[in-house]
Design a protein around this ligand. Sequence first.
Ligand SMILES: Nc1nc2c(c(=O)[nH]1)N[C@H]1C(S)=C(S)[C@@H](COP(=O)(O)O)O[C@H]1N2
Ligand SMILES: [Mo]
Length: 549
Amino acid sequence: MKRTPRWAAAVCGLVAGGAGLAAAEAAAVPFGPAASPVQAVGAATIDLAPRPLKEFAVATFGTADKLVLLVGIGVVLAVFAAALGIAARGRRWVAGAGAGVLALVGAVAAFTRPDAGPLDILPALVGGTVAYVALVMLMNAAGAGARAADAPGVPEGPAAEDRDPEESTSEGAGATTEEPAEGRGFDRRRFVLIAGAAAAAAAAVGTGAGLYSRTSAGSAAESRNFALPKPASPAPPVPDGADLEIEGLESFFTPPGEFYRIDTALSVPRIDAASWRLRVHGAGVEEREYTFAQLLERDDIIERDVTLACVSNQVGGGYIGNARWIGVPLAEILREAGVRPPSEGGPADQLVSRSDDGMTIGTPVETVMDGRDAMLALGMNGRPLSPEHGFPVRMVVPGLYGYVSACKWITEIELTTFDAFDAYWVPRGWSAEGPIKLQSRIDTPRDGASVGGDGAGVTVAGVAWAQHVGVDGVQVRIDGGEWRDARLAEEATEDTWRQWVFDWEDAEPGEHTVSVRAVGRDGEVQTADEAPPAPDGATGHHMITVSVG
Ligand SMILES: Nc1nc2c(c(=O)[nH]1)N[C@H]1C(S)=C(S)[C@@H](COP(=O)(O)O)O[C@H]1N2
Ligand SMILES: [Mo]
């Protein structure tokens, strides 16, 4: 009597794993996309990942890091499921134990999410149960096929997988004279039909669940069809010469589709603006709650151009973008709630913003109330925020890196102290305070490019930034030579980056390095000292190598 061949057992495991996954995704639908066990495990992986790994992932995969993570989880799950199928041959309890382990991992991940409720463990439990039942049924079907082929009409005996495993191996010396395993011990056609049907059912349920949660997310996103308010204080006009419009140089306003996105949210929170609330509370605060409509109706709406930057940006990197934001002045909201900055005797020195997906971001109260245009942004580039960039409301604070200021999907503001609370990134090795560092970048030519050759010189151009300080100079150095002044584009505001161009007229044929540094309005000269992004932002000069032909 043949027992289920190894490959078929692996297929049983894979299909059962797929069925469990589909069932879990379907069970997660009422709880929203974040309740899916896969999403929960991915999110927990992100939170638990040590800093170097996270930096590696961001540096290597950029904004695709989350896709890579999900694919990785899928591969691990598939390998585990296939191995489980093989291991469960003849030992049903192994199937139970394996499915139990998967359910437990999913349930623990779901339950420990910051925004989790006790019911969030249900999808994982449903998935584990379905995976177990599917595995046992598939192996029985494979075994029943074996019985049917071996001895038609014989009453059902113990399931094939309960028999002694050794008795049925086809790999022993004696097996050489036997027919192929699937020819006699196991009905291959019947098995493929049953496993195929189960796989198709799982795929249908899984796809259905995915489509359903996407369309319901879509209807929440539809509420983005509202008109942004007219700002009481419009953005100062961008001077004509702010955008040099040089080929290869990033435009003054980052094209919307190219604006970097950095967050820990594995699935973008889909928030219904109609039921959204912002709660303001904490030390020295008369607690308040705002609806989205209340924010839209305010008469103190401002519109400002602000260049957002990520602390994880490498020297020369692209985690920086400039946009026109429209929103409510954050300091006004705070004053309404009775908040005073520490310099006026207020008890709280830290503003902790919390998001719908459980992020916490800590910002100095003094900074957001010092007169700069810190805001609760409702729109970006003339449109409501996109879900990826924080719909319906996010914070923007000129001069601070995003991880200490730019809370997306914000739902809560708590006034507290830096002593009393560490925001998300702090225990992960990042500084509690993160003012943006003076930096500059060469956009064109590209590193490694071949340029010139016609004796007409080479146009070198890029951007420099010192948000809320302003850029007063940019200098370029060829090889180890003197620093020479680049020409600055017109400044929009001190909160935006500034383009620059350098006409390299005396470019000689051969390989050269080109470096750039900026000078801040406060007189600071951008340091050459190289520092990595952690803990508070990279430093050093951006340098490229080009070959002049
Ligand atoms: N809820 C939430 N807000 C967040 C983050 C996050 O992980 N979750 N990341 C912050 C970081 S590190 C940066 S740099 C900015 C990036 O904003 P963007 O994705 O709109 O460019 O968002 C900030 N706000
Ligand atoms: Mo960031």
